[in-house]
Design a protein around this ligand. Structure first.
Ligand code: BEZ
Length: 320
């Protein structure tokens, strides 16, 4: 280490309370920098750094820079990375109960989703993150799902045979198969090019991403179906968690929980704002409800109540 490096290190140490050790941690997620998940992660990291007086410095790696979700999960399990914001994909493929939040028309809107994500079933599933070697901090979401297609779509029959990009997990695939479409799993960072090149005919996606990532530029139809909520799990590596002091863990836990609830609460406004932006483009924007999908939804519930027994409890919570 040269003299300048020693000097810089000495200055950094002098800013910490006596005996405290600063450590850098890595939080990975697949969303791009402007996405609300990345914005909230960055804000949470700044607040955690401030409240731990610099001891916990979480660096944010957006756009899948640390790998796809499967690779990031492995890194969390071995302690090679520290924190992540995940879709449900990796969890639902290991335990079908994690897929129940994707039940079509389980909730009407973001407000309903926010209640469910604070409810007992969501808490049980968060606690059970320990089965994956993880610590669960809370649930976020990316608003309600819509459908964006390269060709005009008016009726659900128009989706038949179309390659629709989904997340690679069973409940979503089952939904699209029931509609007669050809679900095509694809990670988010690969989606823009695949849609622009015609590798997929459409996608199931969030309103925010449709606007910010400009998927609409290659679309002729946007179906605002709001047919599913789209939760996010904020998690940490169980291994790395053991090495953090109790006081700093308390800060991390509290800041993440509050930031996640704020994030979920904001999605009503975010979805409305970007829907208005999309309506101002040349693309046809059509709002539809459960009836538009026909019998496929009832068939989906019959199948998934068996495959994922916790769905029944979640439905009961949703009806309250
Ligand atoms: C997606 O893969 O569709 C997605 C992932 C994270 C946030 C929003 C959308």
């Amino acid at each position: 280490m040269n003299r300048l490096q020693k000097f810089v290190l000495g200055c950094a140490a002098a800013m910490l309370p006596f005996g405290a050790q600063a450590e850098e941690y890595r939080l990975g997620l697949i969303t791009p920098p402007p996405h609300q998940w990345t914005v909230s992660a960055t804000e949470a990291a700044a607040e955690i750094k401030e409240k731990t007086e610099g001891r916990v410095d979480i660096l944010i790696f957006p756009s899948g820079q640390l790998g796809n979700e499967s690779q990031m999960l492995q890194q969390l399990q071995t302690g090679a990375m520290d924190f992540a914001f995940f879709t449900l994909g990796e969890f639902a493929n290991r335990n079908p109960n994690y897929g129940i939040f994707l039940a079509p028309y389980l909730v009407d809107d973001v407000a309903g989703a926010r209640e469910l994500l604070k409810g007992p079933t969501a808490q049980t599933l968060l606690d059970e993150m320990s089965d994956f070697g993880l610590v669960g901090f809370g649930w976020g979401m990316a608003g309600m799902r819509i459908i964006v297609t390269g060709e005009t779509v008016d009726t659900v029959e128009n989706l038949a045979g179309k390659k629709i990009r989904t997340i690679p997990f069973a409940p979503e695939l089952a939904f699209w198969e029931a509609l007669g479409a050809a679900p095509t799993p694809m990670p988010l960072p690969a989606l823009y090019d695949a849609f622009a090149n015609g590798q997929v005919d459409g996608m199931q996606i969030d309103v925010e991403g449709t606007w910010n990532t400009k998927y609409y530029e290659h679309a002729q139809s946007i179906i605002v179906s709001n047919h599913m909520m789209f939760p996010m799990a904020a998690v940490g590596s169980g291994r790395k968690w053991q090495g953090i002091s109790e006081a700093d863990r308390e800060v991390i836990d509290t800041v993440f929980a509050r930031k996640l609830d704020e994030l979920v609460a904001r999605y009503g406004e975010i979805d409305a704002k970007y829907k208005a932006e999309l309506e101002a483009t040349d693309v046809s924007v059509k709002t539809v409800g459960r009836d538009w999908f026909g019998a496929a939804i009832d068939a989906w519930y019959t199948e998934w109540r068996e495959k994922a027994p916790m769905l029944v409890a979640l439905e009961a919570e949703a009806q309250k």
